[in-house]
Design a protein around this ligand. Structure first.
Ligand code: CA
Length: 224
């Protein structure tokens, strides 16, 4: 059963959409807050995310942008309030796969949902990231180095995933905090050093060659 996340702050519309989708047999989670929607969507546990554009705390565009920057490839259907070309272009630029203009017919919503889920189930989607002998299974949330299984906390996993998706590219501490930590995190970018330390303890121990490198004064890069 496909799992869908709907982020829509109009409570009445949210309930209607939830009911309609559940009626088709989908598993549906709804939320009315943008920041909360982002936190849920970034887990990657959903098969499809439906985002309203105007939301409290974080807009649908911002959510989409952040998810894509973080490498989350869950299909996104954007709900725009106006039939403005700029809105649609902005939505697609922000990484949305499709959009619908409100008010919409539920039959059309269901058709778009089916199309996006079909597209997503095509086999091109990578479920494993690999750099050297380090592998990250995105479905099972497991890391391996060679044949050794490595237990990671969700934050460590997110950090490693971000580094692996940007293999060979130096990432700055603020960039990492923006992507891997919640939007309202105020602990400063030193937390990155702490978590890179944790990751190295788990991932970069002998006999394996170190993969996470410090770039002095800039940040970190993964790759030999
Ligand atoms: Ca709204």
């Amino acid at each position: 059963m496909a799992r869908l996340l709907v982020v829509e702050d109009e409570a009445r519309l949210l309930r209607l959409v939830e009911r309609t989708l559940r009626g088709e047999g989908y598993g549906v989670d709804g939320c009315e807050d943008g920041a909360e929607g982002y936190e849920r969507a970034r887990t990657g546990e959903y098969d499809l995310v439906i985002l309203d554009v105007l939301l409290p705390n974080m807009s649908g565009l911002e959510i989409s942008l952040r998810l894509r920057r973080q490498g989350v490839r869950t299909p996104i259907l954007m709900l725009t309030a106006r039939d403005a070309v700029e809105d649609r272009v902005a939505g697609l630029d922000a990484g949305a796969d499709d959009y619908m203009v409100k008010p919409f017919a539920f039959a059309e919503l269901l058709a778009r949902v089916r199309a996006l889920l079909r597209r997503q189930s095509e086999p091109a989607l990578a479920t494993e990231l690999r750099v050297d002998d380090l592998a990250l299974d995105l479905m099972r949330h497991e890391a391996r180095r060679g044949s050794r299984r490595i237990e990671l906390t969700p934050r460590e996993f997110a950090l490693l995933e971000y580094l692996m998706r940007n293999v060979g590219h130096v990432l700055s501490r603020p960039q990492i905090v923006d992507t891997v930590w919640p939007q309202d995190f105020e602990g400063g970018s030193n937390v990155v050093d702490t978590y890179v330390h944790y990751l190295r303890e788990k991932v970069d121990q002998p006999p394996f060659a170190p993969l996470i490198r410090t770039v002095r004064g800039v940040g970190y890069v993964l790759g030999r």
